[in-house]
Design a protein around this ligand. Structure first.
Ligand code: ADP
Ligand code: MG
Length: 403
């Protein structure tokens, strides 16, 4: 595995920034899983506390920029307002909230800030211009600050207004979480011991599928799980019933298999599955071979033979990188495969036999659920960005912070 070595000394960090009395726009990742209004995994919030605290302690006026979910326009269900309280309670200082991202109200809220105070602006993605990196939106954001700090490694693979565009308007620095991510990934994966296994699962099939084509050139084994596996199985003619699956991406999946063959990368797909008729906890379920899924059933987890297979492969590698759970791990008992593989990886890591790096919002939540996150060599807050970094791609949000 080779990639551009993101040497941290080539980035501006908070060590280079004079934040006292300045308005500091800080892009953070607050895209945490929420269920019934409750944050079910606060890893990402905890990750950005040190940057916020440091800037506030140094007398900066902290203005937090973040996205939440994938809104199409303004969507009250995806407001960041409840998250302000979640940040405040963990930070131990008040966090004001402004229901707008740019414009008069935002300007007034920023103008009211005193040194050391913290303000969270509304979901940047409520404005469609955020994801388009629209110059007028970028300029409006930049108006609100004197300095820009990016602490959101998880969104650094996207050239959006708040993650990339703004870095060209204001003096831009990496926050402590961003800095730590770059340092830790570089250290763990700069020259990984082979064989290297990548595990890719989860639900964001279309956004992750393309990058597998490059990943198979970097790793020796690619284990595919979750919704991603369903797409590969369907592409090969298997009937996956009602399973989460991108049927129109069959050609892409097949081309990835071809690329893997050409690169000498072994692809490992599930051979059995846990299926149910309903997407809910404790739904009636059964284990079937992957070609035995009924048309009214969906695959919600990998089956025990698949798990044993992956664990066996894991024992033969020196490095494992993992993004995306094997099943709908939030719903018991469909957490089985993810938990079993996570425990096996943790044990091999403890024994010094494998170096393990995992990333992704839900993946981190799954490892916490399995109680093994601390035993992995490194756990990144990022999913897609982490995979693109592995592919060897330059991440626009990181590139914009170079000296
Ligand atoms: P990450 O956040 O770690 O990058 P994703 O967001 O891509 O991972 O995927 C996580 C989600 O995938 C979880 O919510 C999980 O329930 C879902 N998932 C995994 N396997 C399946 C499956 N077979 N069917 C439906 N959902 C699945
Ligand atoms: Mg996710």
């Amino acid at each position: 595995m080779t990639h551009a070595k993101p040497n941290v000394s080539t980035f501006r960090t908070l060590d280079d920034a004079d934040v006292a009395n300045k308005r500091v726009l800080v892009r953070v990742d607050l895209n945490v899983p929420v269920e019934d209004g409750r944050v079910t995994d606060d890893t990402r919030i905890r990750a950005v506390l040190s940057t916020i605290g440091e800037i506030a302690d140094k007398g900066g006026k902290v203005i937090l920029l973040a996205h939440f979910g994938r809104p199409k326009g303004v969507d009250p269900k995806l407001s960041l307002e409840p998250i302000a309280g979640e940040v405040a309670s963990r930070l131990g200082r008040p966090v004001a909230f402004c229901p707008e991202t740019i414009g008069e109200k935002a300007e007034a809220a920023v103008a009211a800030l005193k040194p050391g105070e913290v303000l969270l602006l509304e979901n940047t993605r409520f404005d469609p211009r955020e994801e388009k990196n629209d110059p007028a939106f970028v300029a409006a954001l930049a108006e609100l600050g004197d300095l820009y700090v990016n602490d959101a490694f998880a969104t650094a693979h996207r050239a959006h207004a708040s993650t990339e565009g703004i870095a060209h308007h204001l003096p831009a620095y990496a926050g402590r979480c961003m800095q730590e991510e770059i340092e830790a990934l570089a250290k763990a994966l700069e020259a990984p011991e082979r064989p290297v296994m990548a595990v890719v699962g989860g639900a964001k099939v279309s956004s992750k599928l393309e990058l597998l084509g490059n990943l198979v050139k970097k790793v020796d084994l690619l284990v595919i799980g979750g919704g991603m596996a369903n797409t590969f199985l369907a592409a090969d003619g298997t009937d996956v019933g009602k399973s989460l699956c991108e049927h129109d991406l069959g050609a892409t999946a097949r081309s990835i298999v071809e690329k893997a063959k050409a690169a000498g990368c072994e692809i490992v797909l599930p051979v059995d599955a846990v299926v149910a008729k309903e997407f809910k906890a404790h739904a009636d379920n059964r284990v079937v071979p992957v070609d035995g899924v009924d048309s009214d059933e969906m695959i919600l987890d990998a089956g025990p033979t698949s798990v044993a297979n992956v664990v066996e492969k894991l024992k033969g590698v020196k490095t494992v990188v993992w993004n995306g759970p094997f099943g709908a791990f939030e719903l018991s008992p469909f957490d089985m495969a993810t938990v079993e593989v996570a425990k096996a990886a943790a044990e091999l890591t403890d024994a010094g036999r494998v170096l393990s790096v995992a990333g992704g919002g839900d993946t981190v939540a799954a490892l916490n659920h399995a109680g093994v996150a601390e035993r992995f060599t490194y756990v990144s807050t990022a999913g897609g960005a982490f995979l693109e970094w592995l592919e060897g791609k330059a991440l626009p949000g990181v590139e914009a912070l170079r000296r």
